[in-house]
Design a protein around this ligand. Structure first.
Ligand code: ADP
Ligand code: MG
Length: 458
């Protein structure tokens, strides 16, 4: 069946109505037939009685004189043919057509109605018996009258047709009204559609549709919820761009000042050298920030379904990161230790997972005071692979802990950084359907424990 609401509703209306019209039409037809048959039989009987009334004895013989009125009762515009037959039980024909299909329901005097054929035409007939007495003799005279069916069929049609026509008209009217009604009632839906289509892309207010049907409310509510979520997303992205621009502006402004200084002090070579070194630092910090922004974008776009084709060993990745950061740890006088299982296979993207481990371990080294300890561990059991990075640094205050995963949020303004490291880490963990938890150690030492869990591919 088609998917048009209009057509489907019309079917729901039309099928029961058609059944109703059929059933009542059939009943009306049966009724009309019954009535027409009664009328016809009454006329047949009246005619037969009239003829029977004219049968009389004359000189010991039975005679009949057919009264014209007996046949006139059948006069009709349909011009039905009427036949009769008057015969005595000794076989003598008193009047009428000899080959009339008589039927003597012997034994009782009630009129006998029946259908028969005469000269190839179907007729309805009545047989009526009259007993005639004379000098102790009893004769049974059978008067049969029959007529063709044209006027009776016409009567059935007259009784039945108007009723049928009225009902069909009613059905057509109902269908027309339903079509018009649906067109009217579907208007709010079209209005919702227009509202949605006409919006410009950044218009994020909820839809307002007046006089909406109760049935349509949930749809509009769902659309509005979707718009609200979109609004939050857009706001977060705007904030992100503003923050990123702000972060880039600082090194760019510095670079500008440094360039100006270099041009003014071309002659003084030592200071020029210093300026160039400062410019290089600014530039490096911009390159670093840009790289992190790119990594964040890459992590946000990563899709588990796509990653699912690659298998990586998290223990090997952690080993490589520890080797990369060994110099940095040494410079900061941090004792960097490792407890790694020989292999820990998970599904994932090697580059992204490497960036995740790097960011977490680098934080631990960067924010722990010289002489501190950082331990990187990769463990596995049947279901899970767990990475923990533990340090004995100052830790993170409770109010900051809930925000460290936000982009650009930094709890330590005195060290250099972008505030993107943990945001990137979280995106990467989410892309791999893992969990990341950052907890504070209280006793016996202070410090931070970062725990990351993934599904183990055994
Ligand atoms: N191991 C840690 N010990 C103490 N503070 C930490 C640690 N890891 C992260 N932080 C705090 O969380 C903040 C956010 O970290 P991150 O997102 O990596 O940004 P960034 O390191 O660039 O500042 C840091 O500024 C720091 O204050
Ligand atoms: Mg960091």
């Amino acid at each position: 069946m088609t998917n048009s609401l209009r057509v489907r509703l019309l079917w729901w209306l039309l099928v029961p109505l058609a059944i109703y019209v059929f059933v009542t039409g059939k009943a009306a037809y049966d009724n009309a037939r019954h009535t027409a048959d009664l009328v016809q039989e009454n006329t047949l009987l009246a005619s037969a009685r009239m003829i029977a009334g004219e049968v009389e004895w004359s000189d010991g013989r039975l005679l009949v004189d057919i009264p014209p009125a007996a046949l006139e009762v059948f006069a009709s515009p349909q011009g039905d043919q009427v036949f009769y037959n008057v015969s005595v039980d000794d076989g003598r024909l008193l009047a009428g057509v000899p080959d009339f299909p008589t039927r003597d329901a012997a034994g009782h005097d009630a009129p006998d109605y029946y259908d028969a054929d005469l000269h190839g035409k179907p007729i309805r007939a009545v047989g009526f018996v009259r007993q005639m007495y004379d000098n102790g003799a009893i004769r049974r005279v059978l008067v049969s009258v029959g007529k063709t069916q044209a006027s009776r069929d016409a009567m059935v049609r007259e009784l039945w047709r108007p009723q049928l026509v009225r009902q069909i008209e009613m059905v057509l009217l109902a269908v027309a009204l339903a079509c018009i009604g649906l067109t009217f009632e579907l208007r709010p839906l079209l209005k919702v559609k227009k509202e949605v289509m006409d919006r410009d892309p950044m218009q994020l207010e909820p839809l307002r549709v007046e006089r909406l049907h109760t049935e349509l409310r949930p749809i509009v509510d769902a659309i509005n919820q979707c718009i609200a979520r979109l609004g939050l997303q857009v706001a977060a992205q705007r904030r992100f761009i503003a923050d990123a621009a702000h972060q880039l502006r600082t090194p760019l402004t510095l670079l500008e000042t440094q360039l100006q200084f270099a041009r003014q002090h071309r002659a003084m070579e030592p200071s020029l050298n210093e300026t160039l070194a400062a410019m290089q630092r600014s530039n490096r910090s911009m390159v670093g920030l840009t790289n992190k922004l790119l990594l964040l974008a890459q992590a946000e776009a990563a899709d588990y379904a796509q990653l699912a084709r690659q298998k990586v060993d998290l223990a090997a990745i952690a080993q490589d990161v520890i080797e990369d950061l060994a110099m940095f740890a040494q410079k900061r006088e941090i004792d960097l230790g490792a407890e790694l299982v020989e292999s820990a296979w998970i599904i994932g993207h090697e580059g992204l997972l490497s960036a995740l481990v790097y960011n977490v371990v680098e934080n631990a080294i960067r924010y722990t005071q010289p002489g501190g300890h950082v331990t990187v561990a990769v463990m596995r059991d049947a279901q899970r692979v767990t990475l923990t990075v533990i340090d004995d640094g100052p830790g993170i205050p409770a109010e900051a802990r809930s925000r460290v995963f936000e982009p650009f949020y930094r709890a330590s303004a005195d060290t250099e950084g972008t505030g993107l490291g943990l945001a990137i880490a979280k995106e990467i963990v989410q892309a791999h359907r893992g969990q990341i938890v950052l907890a504070q150690r209280e006793h016996p030492d202070r410090g931070v424990v970062v725990t990351v869990r993934f599904t183990h591919l055994s």
